[in-house]
Design a binder for this molecule. Structure first.
Ligand SMILES: [Zn+2]
Length: 324
């Protein structure tokens, strides 16, 4: 009878068949991670984890990237990431790439927290929508990452017959000398491997998703309002527990997830999903503290230097204030 009840509850989402948290709080998430039962953590991250590094969010009105594109005289803002437009007019994309080039920004507390999850043996995978490569700068490697929207890390010739690969240094040279990058084999354009509108997501995104999610013990969602598919659809997949950072109760994510998005934070039947109201950096610091990892995280921050917007001194003092 118990078996049937559990089967029905889990398939129909009726109850707490697979309950792993004793309460829906940050402390309970920390206890679960420390229990030894939480071996496979998947992080899903978006632009919100990099805004504290000074990288503009694509969608924030006024300060967002799209709003800054007016000077390029595009037919419409998204055209800059449209593959057909790029092939005819590559200049605006490379001008923007120079402005936002990886390497000018430093990873945030949140990026280092994910590296710490890896070092402690908990990280199954990080699914990122970001193309800023800050996960790699923080020390995550190719196998730890699904860069769902591609990466600047490698580039390829756009000609289907050629597809010659170029590395980060080659592309960086071209971008900073204001040269439009062209293939030395066939003279076609060379484009960083970021996924443009009209291009498919990397195959690894789909194959890894099928392998990773069935054994996911904890899904940590940070800095994404989950508006872009198929990335957003990952949240509805099976996981034993989930933990979401929300900046405010009015965060669009709250409505999306709570209402038909497969998450339940506060109904009578809620048993799995925890929402934490804070910035991603503050949330990661708080969790690191509960896990007893704050000294380690702190030393990673010192070693890797702080996010670029604030001076190291002000970062240090605010970090001390949070840690004390
Ligand atoms: Zn070529």
């Amino acid at each position: 009878v118990d078996f049937l009840r559990n089967l029905f509850s889990s398939t129909l989402g009726l109850g707490s068949a697979d309950k792993v948290l004793d309460e829906l709080t940050l402390d309970a998430v920390a206890r679960y991670i420390k229990s030894g039962k939480c071996k496979n953590i998947i992080c899903m991250v978006g632009a919100g984890i990099s805004t504290s590094a000074g990288i503009p969010d694509f969608r924030s009105p006024g300060t967002g990237l799209y709003a800054n594109l007016r000077k390029y005289d595009l037919p419409y803002p998204e055209a800059i990431f449209q593959i057909d437009y790029f092939k005819k007019h590559p200049e605006p994309f490379f001008a923007l790439a120079k402005e936002l080039y990886p390497g000018q920004f430093k990873p945030t507390i949140c990026h280092y927290f994910m590296k710490l999850l890896k070092d402690k043996g908990h990280l199954r995978r990080c699914y990122t929508q970001n193309i800023d490569t800050l996960e790699r700068v923080a020390g995550l490697e190719g196998e730890d990452l699904i860069e769902a929207h591609g990466t600047f890390y490698t580039s390829h010739c756009v000609s289907f017959c050629c597809r010659k690969e170029y590395n980060l240094d080659w592309m960086k040279d071209k971008i900073f000398s204001d040269d439009i990058p062209r293939c030395d084999k066939c003279n076609s354009l060379v484009k960083p491997d970021i996924v443009f509108f009209g291009e498919n997501l990397p195959v690894r995104f789909f194959t890894s998703m099928k392998m990773d999610f069935p054994c996911c013990d904890l899904l940590i969602v940070m800095g994404t309002s989950l508006q872009v598919q198929p990335f957003a659809g990952l949240v509805g997949r099976y996981c034993r527990s989930s933990f979401i950072f929300l900046k405010t109760i009015a965060d669009p994510l709250f409505g999306l997830l709570g209402f038909g998005g497969g998450m339940d934070f506060d109904s009578d039947k809620a048993y799995r999903d925890v929402a934490h109201i804070s910035t991603c950096d503050e949330g990661c610091l708080a969790l690191a503290e509960l896990l007893g990892w704050k000294v380690r995280l702190y030393s990673m921050l010192i070693g890797g230097s702080f996010n670029s917007r604030k001076s190291p001194a002000s970062c240090l003092s605010s970090l001390y204030a949070k840690l004390s």
